[in-house]
Design a protein around this ligand. Structure first.
Ligand code: SF4
Ligand code: SF4
Length: 304
């Protein structure tokens, strides 16, 4: 099956989207200088182990598994066409379903009792490359990144082991982008060559498309309505008219309030002036009474 896939891939001539090891830029920090010291997973002494159930495999891994007679451990299908490798941490990848190694436990079906891989020589490429992976950044640089999930690594001078990991990551990347192209352009040929079992049915894709289109149509209609509402001239005119009349009303109200304040202030002045007059006349009377009293007192004194 692998040779059939490779033959189909040749038809597509994908040299411009595949990656060569020498083109890769390392985006790995704090893990050796990558000239004399390199990070290598220390699987022998690892207690974490990174072999959960359901690790997804590529179309080429599927072909290798079929060739090895291990395909009864593969479940799932390729759903959707495109898988992107655009972010450094894989965060904005379009996640599509891919076939995976099925297991009835939480661990990979191929992990044996000694917690070792029972198909080590034939393990899928993702297992060979882990935790290295290739991603493309905004400038279309091919980056080799160190994914999370493997804390148990050691820094060694073993350049060969590190480049073996890198070659596996590059091969895994190339096989995935090739598979995506095959799943996009040569679906019938893939079916004819026995891969139909691992592919989504065409009618399901059409139904999904239809659903997505309907949803998109609805969103476009909603959006158009909003745009129309803003664009309708009578709307703008009525808004302007309303604002203008509100403005007039505010002006009138302001003049009215100013007049009212003026009248109030005049009234207050008049009241204050009346009060002042009253107080001064009372005050004068009081002083006169006091003087009169004093005079009376002094007259009495002389009489005695
Ligand atoms: S976590 Fe890292 S060191 Fe441990 S088994 Fe996985 S790859 Fe190896
Ligand atoms: S195939 Fe082997 S290396 Fe890969 S997840 Fe399973 S046990 Fe681990």
């Amino acid at each position: 099956m692998l040779d059939k896939l490779e033959k189909l891939a040749e038809e597509l001539n994908l040299n411009d989207i595949t990656v060569r090891t020498e083109d890769v830029i390392f985006a790995i920090q704090g893990k050796g200088d990558l000239k004399n010291n390199f990070p290598i997973p220390d699987c022998e002494n690892c207690v974490e182990k990174c072999c959960p159930a359901g690790v997804a495999v590529s179309l080429f891994d599927v072909a290798r598994f079929i060739d090895l007679g291990l395909d009864n451990f593969i479940a799932g299908k390729f759903e959707g066409y495109v898988e992107l490798f655009l972010s450094e941490d894989g965060g904005s990848n379009v996640k599509l379903s891919r076939p995976y190694m099925s297991s009835e436990t939480k661990l990979c079906v191929f992990q044996n009792e000694e917690k070792k891989c029972s198909i080590y020589e034939n393990r899928p490429l993702i297992c060979r490359a882990f935790p290295l992976a290739i991603r493309i950044d905004d400038d279309r640089n091919r980056l080799a990144i160190w994914m999370g999930g493997c804390q148990s690594y050691k820094i060694t001078s073993n350049k060969e082991a590190f480049y073996q990991l890198l070659d596996s990551a590059v091969q895994d990347y190339n096989e995935k982008v090739t598979a995506n192209s095959l799943l996009m352009y040569l679906r019938n040929a893939l079916r004819e060559n026995g891969f139909g079992k691992y592919m989504e049915d065409e009618w399901k894709i059409l139904i999904d498309y239809n659903k997505k289109n309907k949803e998109l149509e609805r969103q476009v209609k909603d959006f158009q309505q909003v745009v129309e509402r803003f664009r309708m001239p009578q709307d703008i005119n009525s808004i302007l008219n309303r604002m203008q009349s509100e403005n007039e009303w505010l002006k009138e109200r302001l003049i009215h309030l100013e007049n009212e304040m003026k009248q109030q202030s005049e009234r207050a002045h008049a009241i204050i002036s009346d009060l002042t007059k009253q107080i001064s006349s009372e005050y004068r009377k009081l002083i006169e009474t006091l003087i009169q009293n004093e005079k009376e007192k002094s007259r009495g004194f002389w009489k005695r």
